[in-house]
Design a protein around this ligand. Structure first.
Ligand code: SF4
Ligand code: SF4
Length: 89
């Protein structure tokens, strides 16, 4: 299978990895990924926990079509909540 690739400034080939999902169980809603994403892909959302009747913030994928595959979100997430994949072409 072939994947979309790009070039660095030095013309070395690299393979971008695009956002697939964020694991709501792992996410603690710290917002670090939201701050580093320059493409408005992510959005915070309230998640209701029926058992404890509490609400907590999690990060969600709001617009994956805008993702450029930089992986900055995953690098900054200390909870390893991100799944990223190269784009098959
Ligand atoms: S950096 Fe990770 S833990 Fe923090 S809001 Fe983003 S996905 Fe959630
Ligand atoms: S891979 Fe880059 S562009 Fe895509 S969601 Fe993460 S930080 Fe944003």
């Amino acid at each position: 299978m072939a994947f979309l690739t790009g070039l660095t400034k030095g013309k070395t080939e690299w393979t971008p990895t695009f956002i697939e999902s964020i694991d709501a169980e792992k996410c603690i809603g710290c917002g670090r990924c939201y701050k580093v994403c320059s493409r408005s892909v992510l959005a915070p959302e309230d998640l209701e926990d029926e058992e404890s009747e509490s609400v907590r913030m999690i990060m969600t994928v709001a617009n994956d079509a805008k993702c450029i595959g930089c992986a900055a979100c995953a690098v900054t997430c200390s909870k390893k909540a991100f799944s990223l994949k190269p784009l098959a072409i």
